[in-house]
Design a protein around this ligand. Structure first.
Ligand SMILES: Nc1ncnc2c1ncn2[C@@H]1O[C@H](COP(=O)(O)OP(=O)(O)OP(=O)(O)O)[C@@H](O)[C@H]1O
Length: 345
């Protein structure tokens, strides 16, 4: 019987490099895919491809380079820039997983005869649902939760039961091609942001325009350096006359370049409305846990879905909920769906 083919999304990092090794070891026919997603000119792609060259030579497998720069630019990069200019906080990795990695890359893998697409994500799937990874400090289920249900049967995450540190140790011993990867710097959080997000946004709009800081009653209480420099919950980089206690950003107003600030209690949120739902269960009303940011705790809530919107009533308050981030619904460690946060109060 011929071996089943698995394509591995390879970034040149240790996780996907070990993923390829593990699957080959399990008896799959493995091929790699490197996605070129943007036109960084600092040697980024050359460096990644150098590592991939060495690893695939060691494994004796071939790899493909898939240029998705146009699609990525329109669907992820523009959305990222526009979101900040609109005063919301985008989540490009969530969109990329849905549209690029498990959209276009999966289509490519299927077209080339693969039965599965594997990545080095820390998450689990049984083909019906996603679950948190065993290494909770690395769990990426939050970022995968917009991937449509019918895609899950094609996905494989061989690292789901491992700790990141063990993958690094394992790689360092495997071969010099892997050891070199463990010695390079960890990749940055968002692959196309070389420094900070504002440097990206600045290429498209002048965001350094000073504006007024308002209190919750609309009184001018200070100055800020341009609304796009702030996200909900931020507490630095603006002035508040005579403030004794810390003040936090509670709202951004792109139209008149003002930001509204308040003390900690004003960040409190009990109700959240979301759109762009992606559900793995059919229920329209249920209780569950919800994460309103990647690194936030899970909060118990009541969920009601009506037409294209989801209404989330939190059982305890959340602080600093930003429009544009994702609300991910969990039943213990199982992801049952997600929606983009439209508003919160
Ligand atoms: N440019 C790319 N081309 C192909 N696959 C990619 C690319 N970037 C990321 N991936 C896949 O998505 C997975 C998760 O991406 P993420 O950016 O979170 O990487 P990571 O945790 O740093 O993993 P790695 O150590 O493999 O870089 C990677 O392990 C890899 O399988």
């Amino acid at each position: 019987m011929s071996k089943k083919k698995v394509m591995v999304g390879m970034s040149g990092g240790i996780d996907s490099s070990v993923t390829a090794y593990m699957l080959q070891n399990e008896g799959y026919e493995v091929e790699g895919i490197y996605l070129k997603l943007h036109n960084r000119t600092d040697g980024y792609h050359e460096s990644n491809l150098g590592y991939i060259d060495d690893v695939t030579k060691f494994l004796g497998i071939k790899y493909h380079i898939l240029d998705l720069t146009d699609k990525f630019s329109k669907e992820i990069y523009d959305y990222f820039v526009n979101s900040y200019l609109e005063g919301t906080t985008p989540n490009p990795c969530v969109k990329c997983n849905k549209q690029i990695k498990f959209g276009a890359m999966l289509d490519f893998a299927k077209k080339h005869g693969a039965s599965y697409l594997a990545t080095g994500h820390y998450a689990k799937t049984d083909g019906k649902f996603f679950y948190m990874a065993d290494d909770l400090s690395k769990d990426q289920s939050y970022f995968l939760s917009q991937v449509p249900k019918n895609t899950l049967p094609y996905m494989m995450f061989p690292l789901s039961t491992y700790k990141k540190e063990d993958i690094v140790k394992f790689g360092a011993k495997l071969d010099v091609a892997y050891k070199k990867i463990t010695e390079k710097n960890e990749s940055q959080e968002i692959c196309f942001v070389e420094t900070v997000y504002t440097d990206v946004v600045k290429k498209h709009s002048n965001i350094d325009v000073e504006g007024d800081v308002l209190d919750e009653n609309g009184n001018v209480v200070g100055k800020h350096k341009g609304y796009a420099h702030y996200t909900i919950g931020k507490r630095r980089g603006f002035t508040v006359k005579g403030a004794q206690e810390p003040h936090f950003v509670t709202k951004l107003n792109p139209k008149d370049n003002t930001i509204i600030v308040g003390k900690k209690p004003s960040l409190e949120v009990n109700e959240v409305i979301g759109n762009s739902l992606n559900m793995y269960i059919d229920d329209k009303e249920f209780h569950c846990g919800v994460k309103l940011r990647y690194r936030s705790n899970t909060i118990l809530c009541k969920v009601k879905i009506e037409n294209d919107k989801v209404y989330i009533s939190l059982e305890e308050p959340a602080f600093g909920v930003a429009s544009g981030q994702l609300a991910v619904f969990y039943d213990k460690d199982r992801v049952i769906g997600s929606a983009f946060i439209e508003s919160a109060k």
